[in-house]
Design a protein around this ligand. Structure first.
Ligand code: 4NP
Length: 156
């Protein structure tokens, strides 16, 4: 497992935040992974991440300001080993483009890695919400991505 894609709807809030967190954690762990993010929708193609996502990440010393949104495409199944969906709708939309069982097996809900049994299934969409929605998204993603790395790349 070397190539990981994070996916939300717009690719301007949750999945670029997940990409930034994953990049920082892989650097800290000296893992050499290929990382990208995408959106299932086409509304924001080419746009920078939402300024609230950029600001929240900046508070954690992570710069995502230079990312640009793109749409998830079927060929991403060939380019990536693990596809992390932010919510159940993204999960369904990604699976709708799968071609076979091998593709399907690559898709996981990012919060499925959280250890607690009462963890939410989906990262809530912060786009239409209040500012502190982004802090909550950061906290969920930070913990879920840490757990994902411990699962697939346990520290020896
Ligand atoms: P994201 O948030 O999926 O976390 O990037 C959204 C961004 C834009 C829209 C919806 C969600 N939108 O409807 O434009």
């Amino acid at each position: 497992m070397k190539r990981i894609l994070t996916v939300c709807l717009g690719n301007i809030c949750r999945s670029p935040m997940a990409e930034g967190i994953l990049r920082q954690k892989t650097t800290e762990r000296q893992l050499h992974l290929e990382i990208d993010s995408a959106g299932t929708g086409n509304y924001h193609i080419g746009e920078s991440p939402d300024h609230r996502a950029v600001e929240t990440m900046r508070q954690h010393q992570i710069d995502i300001g230079n990312l640009a949104a793109r749409q998830f495409v079927r060929e991403d199944y060939d380019r990536f080993d693990l596809i992390l969906a932010m919510d159940v709708q993204n999960h369904a939309d990604i699976l709708a483009l799968s071609r076979n069982k091998e593709d399907e097996n690559k898709v996981k809900l990012v919060l499925s890695y959280l250890p607690e049994t009462d963890a939410p299934e989906s990262v809530p969409d912060p786009y239409f919400g209040q500012r502190d929605g982004f802090a909550y998204v950061y906290d969920l993603l930070d913990r879920a991505i840490e757990a994902m790395l411990e699962t697939h790349f346990p520290a020896s």
